[in-house]
Write a protein that binds this ligand. Structure first.
Ligand code: FAS
Ligand code: PHB
Length: 393
């Protein structure tokens, strides 16, 4: 067996693992990143699109902000609609902030580039990752590299950035962790199309037929989502069906702007809310989707992963600077405080904007009334905006 020593072993080479490695390496802290797939596979995943202003600041701190300034779209508000009647919530006029539209894939691409410039130690296509004993002062991680060679890493800390289906959360004994979950009875059918976006800002639409979201990646790459039956497959839906259903759910004043075209990507994402507590077990810490999942309605998934990385990196940097371990061992409590606020908002927005099976007429009237209230109340809009742009770190 080949042995390596490092300070922080990071399991997962998605946005949270790469960002954590970059922030730590910027402070001279040694890391090793283990990624289950190839780099091209990681970069082929189409995920998030909205970056909170706090996220942009942290990415710039890590040295990956240039392209966001050049190619990102700053949005000072968003459109919502109820029963095809649209209205706008201004972020800048209510809370003085904005969000930036810049694809997660591009963020991950830039993080890989920066990590490669730093000659970061990243193992791709690893198998059978096993965290030996997180309670031991020098924690061991054993895995097989891409040619099947068994490797052991000994490090001070191990960070699980390996997403919802990773191994790290399972390493916390069941009697030492508490999981909270809500599974939604629908999914999102998402497509990418090389067409101009239907609107200059996002549109979140609710109709009795269900939810729709209009987003974008650039002036000729649109991202659309439709609420769908989670027990179906993307190939069950033709492009023609998608466009016809989308136009039914759009606000009246946008229908004529819709430019349709062939989908270049089509996928269905299930929706769930999930949080595990605590986010630390011995020298093992959980970050990002390994620790929590939110329905993408509130655009919080990637942004929460970034704020976890911010808090944990601050704790690790303080530890290695000899400033003690208080901030590090407070990570779980600090991160969970912000996580639950984002989980609440994502649940609230998902419940408001989607149609649930078996909805009674009374429930429908309540939903329409709440959207009517949001369309006219500056206080309701300030609550929406404060949470959507991201509560302060
Ligand atoms: P990730 O899941 O991105 O990365 C985890 C990495 O760990 C992966 O590269 C995986 O290959 C690797 N890994 C897993 N097991 C491993 C093991 N045993 N050993 C080594 N590596 C391992 N968020 C939004 O804000 N808006 C959206 O629209 C949105 N859409 C989404 C659509 C889908 C289908 C999914 C699944 C998520 C979506 N999200 C969205 C959430 C998403 O953006 C996540 O929040 C974000 O990717 C979190 O980043 P990570 O924590 O790095 O987890
Ligand atoms: C996206 O552009 O993929 C996107 C935007 C906003 C969301 C979810 C996804 O709430």
């Amino acid at each position: 067996m080949v042995n390596f020593k490092t300070q922080v072993t990071i399991i997962g080479g998605g946005p949270s693992g790469l960002l954590l490695s970059q922030l730590l390496m910027n402070e001279g802290i040694d890391t090793i990143v283990l990624e289950k797939h190839s780099k091209s596979h990681v970069l082929s995943r189409i995920r998030a699109g909205v970056l909170e202003s706090g996220t942009v600041e942290i990415l710039k701190q890590a040295g990956v902000g240039e392209r966001i300034d050049i190619d990102g779209f700053v949005h000072e508000g968003t459109y919502l609609s109820s029963e095809n009647k649209g209205f706008r919530v201004s972020f800048s006029e209510t809370v003085g902030k904005s969000v930036t539209i810049f694809g997660q894939t591009e963020v991950t691409k830039d993080l890989y580039q920066k990590q490669e410039e730093r000659e970061a130690n990243i193992f791709f296509q690893v198998k059978n990752v096993n965290i030996i004993d997180p309670k031991c002062s020098k924690t061991e991680v054993i895995f097989e590299d891409e040619i099947g060679k068994e490797i052991k890493i000994v490090s001070d800390f191990v960070v699980g950035c390996d997403g919802f289906h990773g191994v790290s959360r399972q390493r916390i004994p069941l009697n030492q962790r508490k999981e909270y979950e809500r599974i939604y009875p629908f999914g999102w059918l998402g497509i990418l199309s090389e067409t101009p976006p239907v609107s200059d800002e996002l549109i979140y639409a609710n109709t009795c037929d269900g939810f729709a979201l209009c987003s974008m990646r650039n002036n000729n790459l649109s991202r659309y989502y439709l609420q769908c039956d989670v027990n179906t497959k993307a190939e069950d839906y033709s492009d023609d069906y998608f466009w016809k259903e989308l136009i039914k759910r759009l606000p009246e004043n946008s229908k004529d702007n819709l430019r349709t075209g062939p989908s270049i990507e089509k996928s269905i994402a299930p929706l769930r809310s999930f949080v595990v507590e605590p986010l630390q077990y011995g020298n093992l810490f959980l970050v990002g989707d390994a620790a929590h999942i939110v329905p993408p309605t509130g655009a919080k998934g990637l942004n929460l992963a970034v704020s976890d990385v911010h808090y944990l990196s601050e704790g690790l940097i303080a530890f290695y600077r000899g400033e003690g371990d208080k901030k590090l061992f407070n990570y779980s409590k600090t991160a969970l405080n912000r996580i639950w606020k984002a989980v609440r908002f994502s649940w609230w927005m998902t419940t408001l904007m989607h149609e649930f099976p078996g909805t009674k007429e009374f429930d429908r009237k309540i939903k329409i009334s709440e959207l009517e209230y949001l369309s006219h109340s500056s206080f309701a809009q300030a609550h929406f905006a404060e949470n959507y742009v991201g509560i302060p770190l």
